[in-house]
Design a protein around this ligand. Structure first.
Ligand SMILES: [Zn+2]
Length: 240
């Protein structure tokens, strides 16, 4: 049974949360969310984004409630403070303490990629209602029975160094990729590189055309010089 993952871009397009050199949190986290969806989809997860790419706000409770029956809810953000802070932190629910491991692994991996500080796994308690989560989206997702709930702060967009990283589209792809690796690992799914997925597909094309037999042998990448064979296979597949 496929695991169901709800990916929450934390803000709407062109929202007011901005860096000093042109980064916008709404646009950045929507890209991370979309790239994460692509990564998870190709690993067999069922994924849903909580919002489309519009300039309209979707309420925190509406987005949190979409997590009903899901295995994971992940809310994507970038942080802001006074411009001096750098680093990654990941919040989890007070009511789901086992998520500390997943949150910690995400924080460690993303901060290592960004070359900033690992601020780690955190919980934040509501100041109004004791024992409840501060973040409405975490609280709601947990309340509707989602099994695992995290909110990721992918660096500080008001810090010039973190913002410079977040301004590069390819870096947002790398953030999504590292998150997908951690999530695959959490659910016991082997992470497969995108290039290898394409190779696998082309090997199947060659096998069904009768050009090679035993496709499983060809898919065992460690047994040959993968770059050369890959180039050959793509070329041959292109003629079919
Ligand atoms: Zn945010």
């Amino acid at each position: 049974m496929s695991k169901k993952i709800i990916i929450d871009p934390g803000h709407y397009k062109n929202c007011p949360n901005k860096g000093r050199n042109g980064y916008n949190e709404g646009n950045g986290v929507f890209k991370i969310s979309t790239y994460l969806k692509q990564e998870l989809d190709r690993h067999g997860f069922v994924t849903i984004l909580t919002r489309q790419d519009t300039t309209q706000e979707v309420s925190l409770t509406t987005r949190g409630k979409m997590a009903a029956g899901a295995d994971l809810f992940i809310s994507e953000h970038s942080n802001a403070n006074d411009g001096t802070c750098r680093g990654v932190e990941v919040f989890y629910s007070i009511d789901l303490p086992d998520d500390k491991i997943l949150a910690g692994n995400l924080s460690k991996s993303i901060s290592s990629l960004m070359g900033n500080i690992n601020r780690g796994a955190k919980i934040r308690e509501s100041t109004v209602e004791k024992g409840e989560d501060y973040y409405t989206v975490i609280d709601t997702a947990q309340d509707v029975g989602c099994k695992n709930v995290v909110l990721v702060e992918n660096g500080f967009h008001d810090n010039l160094i973190d913002e410079a990283f977040l301004l590069k589209d390819n870096n947002l792809k790398l953030i999504a990729k590292i998150q997908a690796k951690v999530i695959c690992d959490f659910f016991g799914v082997a992470y497969v590189e995108q290039a290898y997925t394409q190779l696998s597909r082309d090997i199947d094309i060659l096998a069904s055309a009768g050009i090679i037999d035993s496709p499983e042998y060809w898919k065992r990448g460690s047994e040959y010089k993968i770059e050369y064979v890959q180039a050959l296979i793509h070329k041959v597949a292109g003629f079919i």
